[in-house]
Every structure is written in C-alpha cells, then in structure tokens.
Design a binder for this molecule. Structure first.
Ligand code: 13P
Ligand code: SF4
Length: 315
C-alpha cells in the first residue's frame, strides 16, 4: 500500500478517536484538502469553526485562521500542524505600531482584515474578510471615518468600489503583492482567450486587468458558473485543486511569482504536510492557547462581522 494512502487512513482513524474535525483553507496542499471535513475561505472557515461541536478542531491553514477558530470556539482544543505557519500580511501590522497609528485618528472606526493577530483584532471595531469586506464597510454610514488595516491593496480596492476614502495601513501580502501585470500580459499573449481572475490582495495594477476580483471562494464559484473555459489566476497555487474539481473541463493557469516556476506558493500555507497533520493529532500539539481576556476582546469584532455577514446572506 502506498504511504500516503496509509497515512491518510491513520489520520482518519485518529480523527474519530479524538472526536476531531479537520478544517482546511483552499491554499493547503491537495492531500490535505482531500482529507479535510470542510474546505473554505476565511469567512466560511470562521463561521464553520464557530459551530463545531467536536472536541478538537485541527486547523490546516495559517496561524491567524487557527487563532480565530479558538477565539470563536474557546472551549475546543485547536491544533495547527505547524506553528511557524504565519502570514506576511498579519506580520505587517505589529499591535504596538498599530495602536499608535489608531491614536492619530480618534474619530475613526477600525475595520480590520481577518489576516491580523488577535492583538490587532482587539484594537478593532469590526473584522472583515475578502468575502465580505465591501458589505462590512458599507454597513457604516457614508460619513463615518474609517481606518482599514492591514492590507493596503484590499483597502484601496474597497475605496474604489465604495467611493470611500478610508485611511489605509500600509501592509501587504508578499505572495499576492508581487504578482505583476507584465507576467499576466505575457500569459495573455499565449492565451488570448483567457479571462483573468484575481484575489483583492493583488496590487492595483493587477486588479485593473482582472475580469473578476474576489475571495478564494468567490473565484471558485465564479469559474464554476461562468461560461469561459480558460482562466489566468492571480492567487495562490493551492486554489487550482478545488477549481479543477469544481470545473474539470476548464483550464487554469496560475500567475507565476517569478520566472523560475509556473506556481505562486504561500510558503506559510505550504508548511503543513500530511505528516505534520498526523503528528499534531498524535501529540495534540502545537495547540492555540489564548488568555481569557484576549478571547473576550478579540471575539467582539469577529462576532460583529459574522452578524453583518448573516444579515447580508453571506454565511
Ligand atoms: P480568502 O479569505 O479569500 O480565502 O483569503 C485568505 C488569504 O489568506 C488570502 O491570501
Ligand atoms: Fe498571508 Fe499572503 Fe499567505 Fe494569505 S497568501 S496566508 S495573506 S502570506
């Protein structure tokens, strides 16, 4: 029997023994996506994590996602296969610096992207994801002044879509921000029929050439329902696995991060492996642990996001 198959079976047995549920993000390696009980974008994963009744949540994603699961469902044991699975965007907003920035705008509310630490969430009025950012921002009156953090690309895209002038924190995701229009135009030369779809963490120049902009789940739903057959995808390589499953006859080309490969991998997302998933379930570490007051304060803006998303029919 091949080792991946037996490892997969062992993980599934272990899952039953622990009464665990495995949640995974679309950027995980295909083997992890295929073993997960639930795959989703940050919004769907947050909603799902808040509803879990199992004793253990094994979160195959990055740290801020597992941390959000713990905040939303603190009585559960939350495991993350590799504790080093961070996020360059969350790292771009250290809480101390962000608190000083916020103090300069006392009459602004703070809308924070979920790709942030619990400490930054505690300084926020409401959290958003790429799947609900426009609706969250639009839930405020038009004259309400807003700080948006930490992603300047997502923030400036929302400013454009809503006509607002939110003050933006200058952070970015190094995986999306590095993608270029030159790379896309080169691909289009060889694939003139291709449509371009992009995650809103991409820079403005890339978003300007996109036919569709949306969250990971938004992009998957788009290619499923759209009549085109060929897509240039400005996002992370892992998303292709579900796109190909949902639309098996269509072709997807990832915008490469550089000239040396045809992929664009998030090094943090790709730290999780089937072996590490197995090990974390056997040893029940690394686990996400948070002080009660952090859970209490960080959960308020996340719950507010879920409430707005429910009223907008997004979860
Ligand atoms: P989604 O919420 O769209 O899945 O995005 C998460 C993320 O980290 C994108 O880089
Ligand atoms: Fe963070 Fe970017 Fe990786 Fe998403 S792709 S987890 S934003 S570093």
């Amino acid at each position: 029997m091949n080792t991946t198959v037996s490892l997969r079976e062992t993980i599934l047995e272990l899952k039953n023994q622990l009464n665990a549920v495995i949640l995974a993000h679309y950027y995980q390696i295909p083997e992890i996506q295929d073993i997960a009980d639930f795959i989703g974008d940050s919004l769907a994963l947050s909603q799902k994590a808040s509803e879990v009744e199992n004793d253990v949540i094994v979160f195959c994603g990055v740290h801020f996602m597992a941390e959000t699961a713990k905040i939303l469902n603190p009585s559960k044991l939350v495991l993350l296969p590799d504790l080093q699975a961070g996020c360059s965007l969350a790292d771009s907003a250290p809480a101390v610096d962000f608190a000083a920035f916020k103090a300069r705008y006392p009459d602004h509310v703070v809308v924070t992207y979920i790709n942030s630490t619990a400490d930054v969430k505690m300084l926020s009025d409401v959290i958003c994801t790429s799947g609900n950012a426009v609706q969250i921002v639009e839930s405020f009156p038009r004259d309400q002044k807003i700080i948006f953090a930490p992603d300047r690309n997502l923030g400036s895209w929302i400013n454009k879509v809503t006509g607002r002038e939110m003050v933006l924190w200058n952070g970015a995701c190094h995986v999306h921000d590095l993608l270029t229009t030159e790379a896309i135009l080169k691909m289009r030369l060889n694939n003139p029929d291709a449509k371009v779809i992009a995650h809103p963490e991409c820079n403005d120049a890339v978003l300007q050439v996109a036919d569709y902009i949306g969250s990971t789940n938004g992009m998957i739903q788009y290619v499923k329902s759209d009549s085109h057959m060929l897509y240039i995808v400005a996002s992370e390589t892992g998303i292709i696995h579900q796109m190909q499953k949902e639309a098996p006859l269509k072709k997807f080309l990832v915008v490469p991060a550089n000239e040396t490969c045809s992929c664009n991998d998030c090094p943090y997302m790709k730290l999780n492996t089937l072996e590490k998933l197995y090990n974390c379930m056997v040893q029940q570490v690394p686990r996400i642990e948070l002080a009660d007051d952090v859970v209490a304060r960080a959960s308020r803006p996340i719950q507010r996001m879920l409430e707005i998303s429910r009223s907008a029919g997004l979860v």
